[in-house]
Design a protein around this ligand. Structure first.
Ligand code: ADP
Ligand code: MG
Length: 691
């Protein structure tokens, strides 16, 4: 019965699970305290003393047993509401006892409710030599007698059964010894068996700390090693189509149609792409570039490279608006080249859809641009050579994989993300991808001025918009419709829209609006009106968050900015500052701001650098909330935390990299322990496919 409950409540199926259910705290029962030592901060206490009184008080509901225990330093009250008869049999006035429990204060005096109590025989009570673990548990389990401490009894039984050979070392010598990144000392990790004993039943607090570090490191190291193995296997055995030459399309476009000089970062990334795609292996590259760093043109040039080598290319974007925008922008850039570019989205009419599918299948289509629709089974290419995923954080890993199945030899894959991911996160979440960074904006961009204003300054903000619009510019006003389905938010948005229209009356001004509840047609029309400058003001929800490019828009007002996360605010802000004119972002918030929200506003007003913002975001919110990493599963460590344990992550990565450099197949005798361990971990590694 208990086993059933354990499975259901905590997912404990086998010994290993219990072993890896780590205590969240320990109680120190190795010491005897003096009653005098109890202070307001005391949590648990263990004392010995003589019982000086025992009384039952109250009746029925309030019936309780109250006893006093006294040592040389003071007196402590013990209270029982349940099991009174049993306790009465155990304790008598004058007897000596060992008492343990959580201290509370009642009318200023310390007491323990339902203490653990045992008779002190002579003086040697049976005390453990270790700190006693307390495990996470659930209410249901508690009721069935499997509270946080009872679980400890189970794990003690388990650990006493396990011998060193049951938990053998899994780290090779080269990994076991390490240089402490903080002190520079050469150290050695606690052996694995010892670490498990100490993390559950530490004999000293310092050893507990060491055990935690060792197991955290092991977790991080194994994760890095697995990713490294996937990556190196792909590098060595994956066949990729070869883009051997730069041809007419690429060169023609580059020399005659490229509207600007590429930035250094763009050139560098193109070189990396050329190297990857020319190598005969499949490219799997993550391109991180801050908003506005010019990823689209890199994507376009890469696609021309594919076409020059006789292949087709496809570009996927997460929304209808974005894919349409890519389609229009790219079609315009390529208008003088003899290339067929088509758009495929969920709302493509069946006639054009049929035509696009046919062109793709017969190889007459050069570039297909679209939404998730391009992933559908029906979409087949004759020779797909390159698949590009734009604004990656809305695409899951599984969706990426679907792309590969669209050709016999998997196409090269370039994943572009506009949400910079901190290095540590990228290392863990995307460690199997190669990784390029565009950390340079095209020249001539003026930094966006960002200010934070309380809502009572709205009139001034509206005046400012009027002023900018008077100069021929456009403005966005964003409302926090976090969940497009939330009725309340939606009403707020409508009220906001009416308000804005009152500030900016027709016919002098025109306001358009886009949000997730509109049909695609209406949303597109409204977007187009803004793009065509028919409207000066765009009221929108976060549907415009990524990618939308209206260079003439210079003002971004974000209503209730405190409701957004840092990265999202940065993304939204990135909709302005895309042209040559000076741009502004105004964060409107309520005057009652929490500390964290205030911090977010300050960071945004201080920096425009997406990479810095991403680091801060990770610090404030933790890895679980960073866009795009949620489903990855790779970040679900049992012990390690990639923000707090950053130094160990770096060390783990270095160790994994150098180990695989030396012994990519783990064939060496010295790495046998590791290989054996990985093979024993079912399902967690692609090992079986490797060996
Ligand atoms: P993002 O990286 O956010 O997708 P885009 O590719 O949309 O950025 O580019 C943003 C703007 O910068 C576009 O208007 C684009 O034409 C322009 N741009 C891109 N590269 C350069 C460059 N090297 N020099 C000048 N402008 C550029
Ligand atoms: Mg983009």
């Amino acid at each position: 019965m208990r086993a059933e409950l354990l499975k259901k409540e905590l997912g404990i199926f086998v010994f290993q699970d219990l072993l890896e259910l780590f205590p969240y705290r320990h109680l120190d029962r190795t010491k005897i305290n003096l009653i005098r030592e109890i202070g307001p901060a005391t949590e648990y206490i263990q004392v010995t003393g003589r019982i000086t009184s025992v009384n039952t008080l109250g009746d029925k509901r309030t019936r309780r047993l109250v006893a006093e225990i006294r040592d040389n330093s003071g007196v402590l009250e013990l209270v029982w509401f349940q099991g009174i008869n049993g306790v009465q049999k155990l304790i008598q006035v004058g007897g000596e006892f060992l008492v343990f429990g959580r201290v509370s204060f009642f009318q200023g005096s310390p007491q323990i409710t339902h203490p653990e109590i045992e008779v002190l025989q002579g003086q040697a009570a049976d005390r453990p030599e270790y700190l006693e673990p307390v495990y996470p548990t659930t209410e249901k389990l508690k009721v069935r007698g499997l509270g946080g401490r009872q679980l400890g009894k189970l794990s003690l039984v388990l650990l006493n059964m396990l011998k060193e050979k049951d938990l053998p070392e899994n780290l090779p010598e080269s990994v076991l010894s390490y240089t402490d990144p903080e002190t520079g000392e050469v150290k050695r990790w606690l052996p694995r068996y010892e670490a498990y004993r100490q993390i559950h039943f530490p004999t000293q607090p310092a050893l507990y700390q060491e055990a935690v570090r060792r197991l955290k490191f092991e977790e991080l190291f194994l994760a890095q090693l697995r990713l490294g193995l996937i990556k190196s296997r792909r590098h060595r055995s994956s066949k990729g189509v070869v883009f051997g030459q730069v041809g007419e399309m690429f060169n023609g476009f580059y020399t005659h149609h490229l509207p600007f000089e590429l930035t250094g970062a763009q050139k560098r990334v193109l070189k990396e792409i050329r190297r990857d795609t020319g190598s005969g292996r499949q490219m799997n590259r993550l391109l991180q570039g801050d908003v506005g760093s010019g990823k689209t043109i890199v994507a376009l040039l890469a696609m021309l490279l594919a076409i020059d080598n006789g292949y087709q290319a496809c570009l996927m974007a997460p929304t209808e608006i974005l894919s349409r925008q890519h389609y229009e922008g790219i079609s315009a850039l390529l208008k003088d080249l003899p290339l067929k570019v088509r758009l495929l989205t969920g709302s493509s009419k069946s006639k054009s859809r049929k035509e696009v599918l046919e062109m793709a299948r017969e190889g007459r289509l050069h570039i297909l641009i679209g939404t998730h629709a391009v992933l559908e089974e029906a979409v087949q290419f004759q020779r797909l050579g390159l698949a590009i995923v734009d604004e990656q954080h809305r695409f899951g890993v599984a969706q990426r994989a679907k792309l590969w199945s669209k050709a016999e030899v998997p196409p090269h894959v370039l994943v572009m993300t506009a949400t910079p991911i901190p290095r540590t996160l990228a290392m863990t979440a995307y460690g199997d991808l190669d990784y390029s960074v565009m950390d340079e904006l095209p020249p001539g961009r003026q930094p966006i001025s960002t200010v934070h204003r309380f809502e009572d300054r709205r009139p001034q903000v509206m005046d400012f918009i009027r002023h900018e619009v008077g100069k021929g510019r456009q403005a966005y006003i964003i409302f926090p419709l976090i969940e497009e389905s939330e009725k309340l938010d939606y009403e707020d948005l409508m009220r906001g829209y009416e308000n804005i229209k009152a500030w900016f009356p027709e016919p002098k001004y025109w306001v358009s609006m886009v949000h997730g509840r509109q049909t695609n047609e209406i949303r597109d029309t409204n977007m187009q009106r803004f793009l065509a400058k028919d409207t000066q003001i765009m009221v929108a929800t976060t549907v415009i968050e990524v990618g939308v490019n209206v260079p003439n828009a210079t003002v971004m007002v974000i209503e209730s900015a405190e409701k957004f996360g840092l990265s999202q605010l940065h993304q939204l802000r990135g909709r302005v500052g895309r042209g040559a004119e000076k741009s502004f972002c105004i964060l409107l918030t309520s005057p009652r701001l929490g500390k964290e929200a205030r911090e977010r506003m300050t960071i945004l007003t201080e920096t425009n650098n997406g990479f810095k913002i991403a680091e801060k975001d990770l610090e404030i919110r933790g890895p679980g909330d960073i866009e795009g990493t949620r489903q990855s599963g790779l970040l679900n460590f049992k012990l390690a935390n990639i923000v707090q344990d950053r130094v160990w992550l770096e060390l783990a990565r270095d160790k994994a990299t150098s180990l695989l450099d030396e012994d990519p197949d783990l064939m060496g005798e010295e790495n046998r322990v590791l290989k054996v361990f990985l093979q024993s971990q079912h399902g967690k590694t692609a090992w079986s496919k490797i060996s």
